[in-house]
Design a protein. Structure first.
Lengths: 336, 41
C-alpha cells in the first residue's frame, strides 16, 4: 500500500511539473507574480547579439503584459540579461516566464522549447556616415573604407549585398564595438555598418558629434526583435500577441496614456473593441473587459513607448517601426 | 522565393486573376509593403 501511494505521488508530481510548463499563464496567476527578462546587449561583440540595447523598450512590453494579466505592474519583476542566450536559458529553466528582445529563428525555438510573439522592434542593417562626408546614398560608398565588426553577420551581409550591387569597397574589420565606434566617430572610415539599433546606440555616445552623423537610406535585411515564452500555453501566447497589438491599435486610433480614460466614451467600433465594450478578446484570454485600457494607461501606446525608450534616447526615427499606414511595418491585429 | 510568392499572388489574386487585386500592403517591405521573410538561421 505505501508503494502504491508512492507511485501515485511520483505520478502526481510529474503531471504537476509538466502542467506548470504547459500552463504558464495559470501559474503566473496562482503565484500572483511574473518574472520577465530583457536583453541589454553588452557592448562587446560576443557573436550572439547584433542588436543595440533595447532593454528599456523590452521592460515596457513586460509591464504591458503584467498589467494585462493583473491590472497593474506591482507583481512584475524585470531581470536584465547581458545577452540573448542568458535570457533564453532563464526562459527554458523556468526562472522567467517571458523574455523580450529575442531574435526569432526556428533553431532557437526548438533548442530552447519556446515560441515567439509579434515584433516589438524591426531592426535592419544600416550605414552611419558623417554629414560632412557628403555621402547620401549607398552608391556614394564606392571605393570607400567601411567599418564593421569582424566575423559578425552584418560583415558577411555587407560583402554579399555590395557584391550583388556591384559596389567595390574596402573593409576595416574591428574585433571590438568600442574600437569600431571610435573609428566611425573620428571619420577614420567613411561609414560604419551594423544593425540600426546598435549604430544608433553608438551614435548617442558620440556626444559632441552625435548630430553630425546620419543613416544612409538603404537597409540590408530585416531582423525583427520579438517576445519569447515557453512553448505550450496557447492562452499566454495569445495574451502576448494581443497585448502588443493593443499598443499598436491604440496608436492607430490616437489613444494615448493621457486620453485613454476620456476615450472610454468613444463610439467608433475599433475604440469600443479595444477599450472593453466588446468582450470577445478579453473573454478569449480570460482578462478583465478593460484590460487594454489599463495597459495603455500604464505604458502609453506603442508610439509613446517607442519615443520614450528608443526614439528619444537614440535619436532614432520611427522608420520600419512606424504604423503600416505611415510607411512602417507595425500592424495591429483585429480586437474582436 | 520572392519570385515564387510574386507569381502566386499575380496568378491567384493579382492582375493575372479574375480578382485583379493590386499588391498593396501584400508586397515586399522593400517596396513599401508588409511582406518580409524571417531570418533563416
Amino acid at each position: 500500500m505505501p508503494r502504491i501511494f508512492l507511485i501515485l505521488l511520483v505520478g502526481a508530481l510529474f503531471v504537476h511539473a509538466s502542467a506548470v510548463h504547459a500552463q504558464t499563464l495559470e501559474s503566473i496567476r496562482a503565484a500572483h507574480h511574473m518574472e520577465c527578462g530583457t536583453v541589454a546587449s553588452a557592448d562587446d561583440w560576443n557573436g550572439e547579439d547584433v542588436h543595440g540595447n533595447l532593454s528599456a523598450l523590452g521592460a515596457e512590453v513586460c509591464r504591458a503584459v503584467a498589467v494585462a494579466i493583473f491590472g497593474d505592474a506591482d507583481n512584475l519583476k524585470i531581470q536584465v540579461f547581458p545577452a540573448e542566450p542568458e535570457a533564453l536559458n532563464a526562459l527554458k529553466t523556468g526562472t522567467i516566464q517571458l523574455a523580450i528582445g529575442i531574435s526569432p529563428s526556428a533553431s532557437t525555438a526548438t533548442h530552447f522549447g519556446i515560441a515567439f510573439g509579434p515584433p516589438v522592434f524591426y531592426d535592419s542593417q544600416r550605414f552611419l556616415v558623417s554629414k560632412r562626408s557628403g555621402i547620401t546614398e549607398l552608391a556614394g560608398l564606392r571605393d570607400k573604407l567601411i567599418c564593421a565588426l569582424d566575423m559578425s553577420p552584418p560583415e558577411r551581409t555587407l560583402r554579399d549585398e555590395m557584391t550583388a550591387r556591384g559596389i567595390p569597397y574596402a573593409l576595416q574589420a574591428h574585433s571590438e564595438q568600442g574600437e569600431m565606434d571610435a573609428a566611425v566617430a573620428v571619420r577614420r572610415c567613411a561609414a560604419g555598418t551594423a544593425m540600426e539599433s546598435r549604430l544608433a546606440q553608438s551614435r548617442a555616445n558620440f556626444h559632441a558629434v552625435t548630430s553630425d552623423f546620419v543613416f544612409l537610406p538603404e537597409r540590408f535585411g530585416l531582423d525583427p526583435v520579438v517576445p519569447a515564452y515557453r512553448y505550450g500555453d496557447q492562452k499566454f501566447g495569445l495574451l502576448i500577441e494581443w497585448t502588443v497589438s493593443a499598443l499598436i491599435e491604440a496608436e492607430a486610433l490616437g489613444i494615448t496614456k493621457d486620453n485613454v480614460a476620456a476615450a472610454a466614451i468613444r463610439e467608433d467600433m475599433r475604440a469600443e473593441q479595444l477599450l472593453g465594450h466588446d468582450f470577445a478578446t478579453a473573454q478569449a484570454m480570460g482578462l478583465a473587459h478593460n484590460w487594454a485600457a489599463k495597459v495603455i494607461a500604464a505604458t502609453g501606446n506603442y508610439g509613446e513607448i517607442f519615443q520614450r525608450t528608443t526614439g528619444g534616447p537614440y535619436h532614432l526615427d520611427r522608420g520600419l517601426n512606424a504604423l503600416w499606414t505611415q510607411g512602417g511595418l507595425m500592424c495591429p491585429l483585429p480586437m474582436r | 522565393m520572392i519570385t515564387a510568392n510574386n507569381q502566386l499572388f499575380e496568378r491567384d489574386l493579382g492582375l493575372d486573376s479574375p480578382m485583379k487585386l493590386p499588391r498593396g500592403p501584400t508586397i515586399l517591405w522593400t517596396r513599401g509593403g508588409l511582406m518580409y521573410a524571417l531570418p533563416m538561421r
